[in-house]
Design a protein around this ligand. Structure first.
Ligand code: NBG
Length: 787
């Protein structure tokens, strides 16, 4: 990059877009001008990539969520000009951090599933894989979380209200999407996805819904202005909001409309391009040779009948042949074993949204039934395989029959899919099933967000090659017994903790001590993730410290963060509980120098970038068998935190790679939980374990106040009183409590030996290479996509 040229065009852009003199421009102006300048810089390579890949085999990642976060810093890192641009800005007296903070997170996802899609985009480009992302351009990203009086309050997140510096509207590629009762225009916005220091620029294409005709002038001329605007609103409604549910599904017409909307537009886009570039294959003989579609969970499965529809109805392909093409095109990833997330759609809703797709699904269902009868299965034996049953369309079944590959996202998860969730299918078609353990991009989650550690690693290894091949971190193991290195590791962590403490003071108004242990649990709030296990442990510890002030104890700061789905009462109760514990503990002068509790407000990607580098302990305490993989666990590990975790999801692989002795494993395993499932009685634990009783009783003793919301009673009941068909303590919180507490005590003792701790930390960093999403994406490319 030519520095002078960059500075010149930056200032020129700034003045052009604002019509102001340089010194009068605001941070917002400066931010958007910088986006423009960077977009100009990559324009040529982006076009080259688009042109070069017209006729190449590509993977298409279909996802209802892409949790991109902020783009400025990451793009500069990937372009390799982060430091230079910072310097240039400094020369003209612009503070990079303040314009960086101007950028709103593109929160187009709920949690891990959406963030995984974003990490995959980064890794695919970095590995020079031609992967195209297709999704939805929500006007409102995930809600903003405010905490009022300890309660979560949701606020709108109109993330593009000031503009969108990172997208290009490609009007000419617009598509028409037809619903039973409505026809809308799908307009693509393309975001460049930059590879790390290479020439690859892939595209993330997000569709926005707009009215097919801007205004109905007949209404307008009749002075019925409301009616004229109505259609416009009805169209725009489709991409107005991201459904704020993580794991749970929403059985709403609008939700299915959203799914069909982006899938239909994307399929039409692919077919139109194919016809344009492969004019001599109007029979689509080779369509699946050039396309593979990876379905990110159940949300985009409607793309399957849509491809058949477009081939059959619009291109006169035989139905059976269209089915064959489709089967060779799709692959499906499952992201959870929780039943509440496996989508099913009632027939009437599907008829209301996309009747033709329903017809096609009916036919596919008949095919399945016929085929299985031929195999000699009885009507009853066929039931689990039916795509439609009791007028419910079972999307996962549809995806499994129609895909050439079905994968889980961590070893244990895939095993559970085979043994349990999809066991019926696995027995018939074992060859389809495979595992792809998740990963994270080291560019965002280390190079960008933890500059100190990143520079240190490069210095130690003598090269920055590890940024392209994260397994090279293994080279750090030669410093395991080098005291100076270990001290440096501790020093870096300390500096990061100081930064976080400052940020937390500014944002949460709580002062925390960077010399204390930073114990962090950040993720969506859900019972299976067991934030309440963490919280009742804190209550018990607090009581213990009060009763025994001279107890040997290493000061600890417990940090929690995460959003609750707005309709999930118990998750919101957990947030209130966290804030209430924080209020009581932080205001108690008798324990104050020993424990602090912080619930960070509005946890999101950009907050995570500050939290992961500063953690000593990574809390990964889900009930064994329930967390499909987790990816936050990997971000912590890569940044040198030790995992306090159950034998669940990718934790297991973290223990395998870094050594269980360098982490803290606790809790019951899946097999044990399966065994005791029917006989489990949490009351036994409550009555026989004083610590449990002490902590659980505190929920109702009046010491903690839920402002008459009955939230703490709800948590209490969920733990020990079976209600309304639901078993008590479904997630085995009380069962695992004692082991959790003991493990915390062990951590507290061992932390004091700072060098031994640093050695464990280094062990984790050195073995985090496996968890790069570069590795994951290369596995998809090799095993499933054959790219
Ligand atoms: C989530 C799982 C996580 C996993 C991510 C990414 C859904 C449906 N699933 O454990 O809960 O890490 O997917 O695979 O959001």
């Amino acid at each position: 990059m030519n520095k002078n040229k960059f500075m010149e065009s930056y200032i020129e852009n700034l003045q052009r877009i604002t019509l102001k003199n340089f010194k009068d421009t605001s941070d917002k102006d400066r931010y958007f001008a910088l986006c423009d300048t960077i977009m100009e810089l990559i324009n040529q390579e982006w076009r080259n990539c688009k042109n070069r890949t017209r006729k190449s085999r590509k993977a298409y990642y279909f996802s209802a969520e892409f949790l991109v976060g902020r783009s400025l810093g990451n793009n500069l890192i990937n372009l390799g000009i982060y430091d230079e641009v910072k310097e240039i800005l400094k020369e003209i007296d612009i503070d990079f951090e303040s314009i960086e903070n101007f950028e709103d997170d593109a929160a187009l996802g709920n949690g891990g599933l959406g963030r995984l899609a974003a990490c995959f985009m980064d890794s695919a480009a970095t590995q020079k894989l031609d992967m195209y992302g297709y999704g939805v351009r929500y006007r409102e990203g995930l809600f903003k979380q405010k905490i009022e009086n300890g309660f979560q309050v949701e606020e709108g997140d109109h993330w593009i209200k000031d503009g969108d510096g990172w997208s290009i509207r490609v009007e000419s590629d617009s598509k028409i999407v037809k619903f039973r009762d409505q026809t809308v225009k799908a307009v693509p916005y393309d975001m460049p996805m930059l590879g790390f220091e290479n020439e690859q620029v892939n595209t993330l294409r997000l569709w926005q819904a707009e009215p097919f005709e801007e205004f109905d002038f007949s209404y307008f001329n009749n002075f019925q202005y409301d009616k004229a605007v109505e259609e416009k609103n009805r169209a725009e409604d489709i991409t107005r909001v991201l459904y704020p549910n993580d794991i749970q599904r929403e059985g709403k017409v609008l939700r299915l409309k959203q799914q069909y909307f982006f899938c239909s537009a994307s399929i039409q886009d692919m077919v139109a391009k194919y016809k344009q570039y492969f004019q001599n294959d109007l029979q689509f003989e080779e369509f699946s040779k050039y396309h593979v579609i990876q379905l990110n969970d159940t949300h985009p499965i409607i793309a399957i009948p849509e491809l058949i529809r477009v081939l059959v109805d619009e291109n006169s392909i035989d139905f059976e042949k269209a089915v064959e093409i489709t089967k060779n095109t799709f692959a499906f990833t499952n992201h959870t074993v929780l039943q509440e997330a496996l989508e099913t759609w009632p027939k009437d809703i599907m008829l209301e949204v996309c009747p033709r797709c329903f017809e096609i699904i009916e036919q596919l269902n008949e095919n399945v039934v016929k085929e299985f009868k031929k195999k000699g299965l009885s009507e009853e034996a066929i039931d689990p395989y039916r795509i439609i049953r009791f007028d419910q369309i079972r999307m996962a079944n549809l995806a499994i029959v129609m895909s050439k590959s079905v994968n889980g996202v961590a070893k244990l998860h895939t095993q559970i899919l085979k043994d349990d969730t999809f066991n019926n299918w696995y027995k018939l078609m074992p060859e389809k099933f495979n595992n792809k353990t998740n990963g994270i991009t080291p560019r965002r989650w280390l190079v960008y967000s933890n500059i100190r550690l990143s520079n240190f690693i490069t210095e130690k290894l003598g090269t920055g090659d590890w940024k392209y091949d994260l397994t090279k971190l293994k080279g750090l193991e030669k410093f395991l017994d080098d005291e100076k290195t270990l001290e440096e590791i501790n020093q870096i962590k300390y500096e990061n903790k100081k930064d976080l403490a400052k940020y937390i003071l500014e944002n949460e108004g709580i002062s925390i001590d960077p010399n204390s242990i930073f114990d962090i649990q950040i993720k969506r709030i859900h019972e299976y993730k067991r934030q309440h296990l963490n919280l009742i442990h804190i209550i018990n510890l607090y009581h213990e410290l009060k009763n025994n002030p001279d107890m040997d104890f290493y000061p600890t700061t417990f940090i929690l963060g995460g959003k609750a789905a707005p309709g999930y009462f118990r998750a919101k109760a957990i947030i209130k509980l966290a804030n209430e514990i924080a209020r009581v503990v932080n205001n108690d002068p008798y324990v104050n120098d020993k424990i602090k509790v912080v619930f960070v407000n509005n946890y999101r990607v950009s907050y995570g970038e500050k939290l992961f580098p500063a953690a000593d302990i990574s809390e990964q305490i889900s009930t064994a068998g329930k967390e499909a993989s987790g990816t936050g666990n990997m971000k912590f590990m890569l940044n040198g935190a030790l995992t306090l975790g159950t034998y669940d999801g990718a934790n297991i692989e973290i223990f395998e790679n870094a050594g269980v002795e360098n982490n803290y494993l606790f809790g019951a395993k899946v097999e044990e939980l399966n065994e005791i499932y029917n006989s489990y009685n949490p009351k036994e634990f409550y009555h026989t374990n004083e610590d449990i009783k002490d902590a659980v009783d505190a929920l109702l003793s009046g010491e903690l106040k839920d402002n008459d919301s009955y939230m703490f009673l709800d948590i209490y009941n969920s733990l020990i009183n079976p209600q309304g068909g639901e078993k008590a303590d479904n997630y085995f919180v009380l069962k695992d409590f004692e082991d959790y507490k003991k493990t915390h005590e062990k951590i507290n003792k061992e932390y004091a030996d700072r060098l031994t701790w640093a050695r464990k930390s280094l062990k984790n960093i050195a073995n985090a290479g496996y968890f790069s999403s570069d590795r994951t994406i290369l596995e998809y490319a090799k095993d499933i996509w054959k790219l």
